[in-house]
Design a protein. Structure first.
Length: 420
């Protein structure tokens, strides 16, 4: 009897010590270091951080601002994480970085933290962009996608439908220009040598059932599907259906051409719509419509590539549970809605596109769900930067006529296959 009493007493003492220690750990302050964008003009980020810390008084979030330029952000983070820096707990990541950080084993996959059920609340393209090798690596908090803007007033004037294919787009433009005294270009986009052209070209390829890298990681840019659609765009440029200087256009130049009444169609990101309705910036206020991008002759539907940002968890963080707690909070409906209302960010969460507060402030948001639902990730590769550079350079060679379409894509294939 005495032995049993001693055992019970020992267990009670241990239980008391354990509970005391657990409570102490629960109340212990955790300091998280979040490597983030510079603060938004509306200071939304600070508001969200402050609310989180009020609800979680034992967790302090310290924000470290990354460089403004996306490539500078990437280099700063790679250098820090490759050195084994554990002071970075989590960080903002562009949608094109997933394979780079995951393949280098610099971040933790989030399979146990961010479940398949939770992922269903997000637009499919944002989840695909955050995935690599059958694992989920990021939690999306902001998205984007290429869309087609069109002059709805001109299409309505002549009883024309929004084109479903690129061939229909150029034919529609021809019909309008035959009837209008003001001659306009058919299509404009950001086609200067760089990431803007990569996005446009990948959309052309995907919209014609082509690919750049297949699901097994093989380079497949030199295909009949890609050659066909690129030839259509090359012919359009050489026939002056695109502005003569478009191969030096950034996104701002493309918008300027559309807003100055020089275009019938434009490929751009969703943020261009709000700009098109500003009378100080646009001559076409109230005349712009939005639709999914066209498809190629072999395509089923047009495809826009996903832009946007997500949160990655540093593999070496010593505060992973607290970090995940904040990452989920920053990707919550509350936080994404606040960014949408204050900063016009496109939410990654599906439900917010039917939110009455958002639609009251930005009625045009209801135009984008159908576009964003079919948006897809850019080619997933640990060497995405090199892939993108080769792709944009060779597509420009074809557009300029420096190479045939066949030669440009063949050279792109060979150059990409040499990357390791």
């Amino acid at each position: 009897m005495k032995k049993i009493t001693l055992v019970v007493l020992f267990m009670l003492i241990c239980s008391s010590v354990f509970a005391s220690g657990a409570k102490e750990n629960e109340n212990k302050e955790v300091v998280l270091h979040w490597y983030s964008h510079s603060s938004s003009l509306a200071k939304t980020q600070e508001v969200i951080v402050e609310k989180f810390m009020q609800e979680n008084p034992n967790i302090k979030v310290e924000v470290v601002e990354l460089p403004e330029n996306t490539n500078d952000k990437l280099q700063a983070l790679l250098i820090a994480l490759q050195s084994g820096d554990s002071s970075i707990d989590f960080f903002n990541a562009d949608v094109t970085w997933t394979a780079t950080f995951a393949s280098a084993q610099l971040i933790d996959n989030l399979d146990e933290y961010f479940t398949k059920e939770e992922q269903k609340d997000y637009l499919p393209g944002t989840i695909k962009s955050a995935s690599y090798n059958n694992h989920i690596w990021g939690i999306p908090f902001r998205t984007d996608s290429g869309v087609l803007y069109y002059r709805k007033d001109l299409l309505e004037k002549y009883g024309l439908e929004v084109p479903k294919t690129y061939e229909q787009l150029f034919e529609t433009s021809k019909i309008i220009n035959e009837k209008e005294t003001n001659q306009r270009y058919a299509l404009v986009g950001s086609l200067s040598n760089g990431e803007g052209l990569t996005c446009n070209a990948v959309e052309w390829f995907y919209s014609n059932n082509g690919e750049v890298i297949d699901k097994d990681g093989n380079i497949v840019i030199d295909s009949e599907n890609n050659r066909q659609i690129l030839q259509i765009l090359v012919d359009a440029y050489q026939n002056k259906l695109l502005p003569e200087g478009v191969l030096s256009y950034g996104s701002g130049d493309a918008r300027a051409s559309m807003f100055q009444d020089k275009q019938i169609f434009m490929r751009a990101w969703p943020k261009a719509y709000a700009m098109s309705q500003d009378p100080d910036k646009s001559q076409v206020v109230g005349k712009i419509g939005v639709s999914p991008l066209p498809s190629g002759p072999m395509g089923d539907h047009g495809v826009g590539v996903v832009g946007g940002w997500q949160l990655f968890l540093n593999k070496n963080s010593v505060n992973k549970d607290a970090a995940i707690k904040f990452m989920k909070f920053y990707s919550s409906e509350y936080a994404q809605k606040l960014h949408a209302l204050n900063d016009s960010y496109m939410p990654a969460r599906k439900a917010l596109y039917s939110d009455s507060d958002i639609l009251t402030k930005y009625p045009y948001y209801e135009l984008f769900p159908s576009v964003l639902e079919v948006a897809t990730a850019r080619p997933q590769s640990p060497y995405y930067s090199e892939i993108s550079s080769i792709l944009s350079a060779e597509v420009q060679n074809a557009m300029k006529g420096a190479k045939t379409v066949e030669q440009a894509l063949s050279d792109a294939q060979l150059a990409m296959e040499k990357i390791d």
